[in-house]
Ligand binder design. Structure first.
Ligand code: PSU
Ligand code: MN
Length: 307
């Protein structure tokens, strides 16, 4: 039902550090030809830090843990690959469809594979008009269920960030600022929302993971909020301008549901003439490197627990 690349299978069996990666970010969040190149760069960043990348997606209906470069190239070249949330996965399996996994569905498959660390760009969350549209990403409820630590630059700034943080609190999802007490704003270093907790080392994160899962019978995810350094962020004034414009366009076009996030990311990339794309790639690589270091700290703990 699930297939593994030989490299990922061997790493998991030997308790080596593994980092899960998603495919929605590649297939729907970026565009060709950048997307395939960036997918390779993310994997390289993880290897350079001494961990094994496991890019996850569905190939002809088969959940695949560790897509090869050829498989990723095929997915990027196939038109209209569906964006799969958790509820879509069994349908895509039955219909033997390719599928790009979101944060939520990647967490589901990573958890089944025993992968405990996952790097992405920004979480999905509560959309701005959610009080009337009910549009809240399944990423949030999945974080309350699946035992995976998700390294991200906060949630995408197109969302209602305050409401997203409130939902994470209700769902008992720990949110750890990595070397910060400010929740990052995806393209921006700081979203303007404070965090209760700061951690400074991958080992502190791995310790938190260990205690969280001991308390919850290995259920529930954690958010590791890793801001992009101020020097690399998008210009905040440009950000606010482009965001206001993008939200107005999405609402004028009556966009709803799954296309909203890709539309707004695409709008940013066009309206900033590629500047937001540079920032998006930089923050994903930054998250990949930290995730690899957390995966190493986690696998050291697993070895200690066995000793
Ligand atoms: N991070 C990025 N780009 C993306 C995403 C995350 O830098 O495209 C994706 C993730 O897959 C996340 C999804 O799960 O956006 C959220 O989509 P929605 O708002 O429709 O739930
Ligand atoms: Mn949605």
């Amino acid at each position: 039902m699930v297939t593994y690349s030989p490299e990922v299978k061997a790493a998991l069996e030997a308790n080596q550090p593994v980092v899960a990666l998603e495919t929605t970010l590649i297939v729907h969040g970026l565009t060709a030809p950048d997307n395939l190149r960036v997918a390779g760069e993310i994997e390289d960043a993880i290897r350079a830090e001494g961990a094994v990348p496991a890019t996850i997606g569905l190939m002809a209906g088969v959940p695949t843990i560790g897509l090869t470069r050829d498989q990723l190239a095929e997915m990027c070249a196939t038109p209209d690959v569906p964006k799969l949330s958790v509820r879509d996965v069994p349908i895509a399996m039955a219909l033997k469809s390719h599928g790009a996994t979101t944060v939520a569905s990647t967490m589901l498959l990573a958890a089944r594979a025993g992968i405990r660390v996952f790097a992405t760009g920004g979480l999905g969350g509560v959309h701005r008009e959610a009080s009337s549209s009910f549009d809240e990403s399944a990423d949030l409820v999945t974080l309350s269920r699946e035992p995976v630590a998700v390294v991200c630059a906060g949630c995408k700034s197109i969302l209602d960030i305050g409401a997203t943080l409130e939902r994470l609190e209700t769902l008992n999802v720990p949110v750890l600022g990595y070397r910060t007490r400010k929740f990052p704003g995806f393209y921006l270093n700081d979203s303007g929302f404070p965090l209760d907790w700061q951690v400074d080392t991958p080992d502190q994160i791995a310790e938190t993971m260990r205690h969280h899962w001991a308390l919850h019978d290995t259920r529930g995810g954690l958010v590791i909020a890793n801001p992009l350094p101020v020097a690399q962020q998008l210009d905040p004034a440009l950000h606010d301008r482009v965001l206001a414009d993008g939200l107005a366009q999405a609402s004028a076009q009556g966009l709803r549901g799954k296309p909203v996030s890709p539309f707004l990311l695409g709008h940013f990339h066009a309206a900033t003439h590629g500047e937001s794309l540079r920032v998006n790639i930089a923050l994903v690589l930054n998250n990949a490197r930290l995730a690899a270091r957390i995966a190493r700290a986690w696998s050291e703990k697993a070895v200690e627990r066995r000793a």
